[in-house]
Write a protein that binds this ligand. Structure first.
Ligand SMILES: [Mg+2]
Length: 145
């Protein structure tokens, strides 16, 4: 099955945390790549949706990230011990990739859908550029519609 949806963790992956909402270096370029190459891009986070949206809104109002890169992001409602990719609506788990800094949230039988990223809490960092390269290679290998 081709990859259609990219699920992104929020805290320590895209931003520092929902309270401070510092953007990880390279976030705009990374999100532009994601929207260009995936049918859908969704947030898969432990942060409740209103707080996640508030953090994204602050990235916009502080002119860190253009609104057009943040407003199309979907949000995955979920419960449980793991970020089960079956919670992503309208796609089979085999059609989804998850970028997350924390292996503990990944379902053991879905580890092949997980792209690991180093946790970030400020400072210089090139992880998003590295992960973009990894994603491009996965799309090349597994195909897309
Ligand atoms: Mg995280």
């Amino acid at each position: 099955m081709a990859i259609r949806v990219l699920a992104l963790d929020l805290e320590r992956t895209l931003i520092s945390d929902a309270n401070r909402a510092d953007p990880r270096p390279g976030l705009s370029a990374f999100l532009a790549f994601c929207h260009a190459r995936f049918e859908r891009v969704v947030l898969f986070t432990t942060v409740e949706e209103p707080d996640a949206r508030d953090a994204l809104d602050r990235l916009i109002t502080h002119n860190h990230i253009p609104a057009e890169l943040l407003t199309p992001l979907g949000y995955v409602p979920w419960v449980g011990e793991h970020k089960d990719l079956a919670f992503v609506a309208g796609a089979a788990p085999e059609e989804v990739l998850l970028v997350d800094d924390d292996a503990g949230w990944v379902r053991p039988d879905q580890r092949d859908r997980w792209i690991a990223i180093e946790p970030w809490d400020g400072g210089a960092d090139r992880e998003l550029a590295r992960v973009q390269h990894v994603l491009a290679e996965r799309l090349e290998a597994e195909g897309r519609p």
